[in-house]
Design a protein around this ligand. Structure first.
Ligand code: M6R
Length: 605
């Protein structure tokens, strides 16, 4: 949450920083601000409440000069999203600026102490205490002042500091992500890789407890006590184009249409030549476990809910799915025979990271399904399986979900084969079906226009229900989440068979119900459940296969999706639900890529 960008070099810093912030706006868009240092006696700042576009307008009338700059796009925690609470926060003499992502947990006692020492506070933020603390400790050495200030601070943060008298940017990390981009006679710092892609692919991911002294031609890394630390330089293989809209109106739409390619990338090189096995480069011994616990948040959690079905059915290992935000507080019981799988696009979600830490504390084996390399989770987990979805910019996750499902398919087959639970014939049937998924998803997306008409018809409804059974119950949950988060329509999902136990009371002629009725063991039961809803005048929008002729009798609208093996159907079915959410929000003229109140990676509890 919150995006930070810093630049030091030979270019106009404001251009680089604003460009970087544009690529990181998915991390928060309550306000934005930038400060640059040129040859004047004080730092120059412009900051505005609202989206980055408002800051960009302000910069047109008040352009900032200088080759050193730091900027921020905010997801508000402490203090309303107004101009004053926007970052950067400056010292009274405007010589020192601080930008921060995270939460300073002990800011209240620190603030009280600083006020009694004579400091005047102007904002309601926790961040401002850092400015005053650094000021208190500053005696000409900026790094030392930051080190001493941070010794007084507790919480999770990534921060950058700029001072008019020093041609440097100081960066520090404690839990919140921060990556340094290495250039030629210029260097960069950012919360996330997309900000750096047009400038460099050579990066250093800071670890917790790292500080960086970033100069134009050098980068020095240390811990908070000043001891030198060495970190690996990684090369990013994403191309800059991957973080652009490439002609699509929204990132979300582009990412929906990227899914066939993403599937090819996730599967790439992982099917064995014999057509029956999966090759995963993991250290885990599949025969050393007797239980799997999957934990994640949001959309990643729903991918895990599909994973639960897959691992139990394909590999016959008892599996549970847990919300990461509940996991460690529920005091779960794990041991060395448990495999804990954490799932996260960003690898930075604090709930998921803490769940991983809990699993490790209890001695469980751990595996992460991740998209972003160099993330916090990747550094702490035993084994990582990368989904290779490329940068996902839309706040509503689509292609990462698809790739997470693909990863669970691979893991389930890999475990099933290694434990001799999956026959040659079933394995090759599943792998063949998986190979067909890129084409089938493409096919499902061809229904866009029809889905758009349905979206138009029901866009003004206040409530929606999504129904699915078996392995497609999580698909219903994900469909409802997508609709909620970008269209602000209240949507709930139920396992179809649960309707009669209560939610059926909600049904009337105003309620659209999206019913997943693709081929499955429970198809007949699903049809009965749909009829129960129809009998109460609900508006049925079915998701069904092309050869299903009877579904039209029970439905008001039918969205056709290609027929595929039931265990693989969540990948095909979800594509239509993503489009339904997209088309609805688009028709409501809402900001599809930056829905209100949300941020892409949630790094606070
Ligand atoms: O980066 P992660 O996969 O850990 O993020 C988890 C959730 O915060 C994320 O999936 C969220 O629910 C998305 N907004 C869903 O579209």
């Amino acid at each position: 949450m919150c995006g930070i960008v810093g630049y030091i070099g030979h270019r106009e810093a404001a251009d680089v920083v604003v460009d970087g912030l544009t690529r990181l706006e998915y991390r928060g868009y309550d306000s934005a601000g930038i400060v640059t240092a040129d040859s004047q006696a004080q730092l120059e700042v412009v900051k505005r409440a609202g989206k980055l576009s408002i800051l960009k307008e302000a910069l047109k009338t008040n352009p900032l000069k200088g080759n050193i700059g730091i900027g921020h796009t905010r997801w508000a925690t402490h203090g309303k999203p107004n101009d004053v609470n926007s970052h950067p926060h400056l010292s009274e003499d405007s010589k020192l600026a601080v930008i921060h992502n995270g939460i300073i947990e002990n800011y209240m006692p620190l603030k009280a102490k600083l006020i009694s020492n004579g400091h005047d506070f102007v904002s309601d933020t926790d961040t401002e205490v850092i400015v005053h603390l650094i000021e208190e400790h500053y005696q000409g050495d900026l790094v030392e002042a930051v080190q001493n200030a941070l010794k007084e601070v507790t919480g999770a943060y990534a921060l950058v500091v700029s001072h008019i008298d020093h041609e440097v940017i100081v960066a520090a990390r404690a839990t919140s992500p921060m990556v340094i981009g290495i250039g030629e006679n210029e260097n960069f710092v950012a919360s996330d890789v997309p900000a750096l892609l047009p400038y460099t692919r050579k990066v250093i991911f800071l670890h917790d407890g790292d500080m960086a002294l970033i100069k134009k031609a050098s980068i020095e890394l240390s811990d908070f006590d000043g001891n030198i630390v060495e970190r690996e330089i990684s090369t990013i293989d994403w191309d800059a184009e991957a973080a652009e809209k490439s002609g699509y109106e929204h990132y979300m739409l582009k990412e929906i249409y990227e899914q066939p390619t993403v599937l090819q990338n996730t599967f790439g090189g992982r099917f064995a030549a014999n057509g029956m096995d999966v090759e995963l480069d993991l250290g885990l011994d599949p025969n050393s476990i007797n239980r799997v616990v999957i934990t994640a948040a949001g959309t990643a959690y729903y991918s895990g809910a599909v994973g639960e079905y897959l691992i139990e059915q394909v590999a016959k290992i008892p599996t549970e799915i847990e919300l990461a935000s509940e996991f460690r507080y529920r005091k779960p019981i794990l041991d060395e025979n448990t495999l804990c799988i954490v799932v996260s696009q960003s690898g930075e979600t604090i709930d998921t990271l803490e769940a991983l830490r809990e699993a490790k504390r209890q001695g469980a084996k751990t595996l992460a399904i991740l998209n972003v390399k160099g993330s916090s989770i990747s550094r702490e987990v035993d084994d990582s399986l990368y989904i290779h979805a490329g940068p996902e910019i839309g706040v509503a996750s689509t292609k990462a979900y698809m790739a997470m499902l693909a990863a669970f398919e691979l893991i389930a087959i890999w475990l099933g084969r290694a434990r001799a639970e999956l026959s040659d014939s079933v394995a090759s049937e599943l792998i063949q079906a998986l190979r067909s998924t890129p084409g089938l998803v493409e096919h499902a997306l061809e229904e866009r226009e029809h889905i758009a008409q349905i979206a138009e018809q029901f866009k003004d409804k206040r409530d929606y229900l999504f129904l699915g059974r078996g392995i497609n119950f999580p698909t219903a949950l994900e469909g409802a989440l997508k609709l909620k988060e970008i269209s602000y329509i209240h949507a709930e999902a139920y396992a179809t068979g649960e309707m009669k136990h209560g939610p059926i009371a909600l049904i009337d002629e105003n309620m659209p119900i999206v019913a997943i009725a693709t081929a499955s063991e429970l198809y007949e039961k699903t049809i009965s459940n749909i009829q129960e809803v129809k009998a109460r005048d609900g508006i049925i929008i079915s998701l069904a296969n092309p050869d299903d002729e009877q579904i039209a009798i029970h439905s008001d609208h039918v969205i056709r999706v290609p027929k595929v093996h039931e265990l693989i159907s969540p990948m095909i079915n979800v594509a239509s639900l993503q489009l339904l959410a997209y088309e609805t929000a688009h028709r409501l003229e809402l900001d599809v890529d930056q829905p209100r109140n949300l941020a892409k990676s949630v790094t606070v509890e």
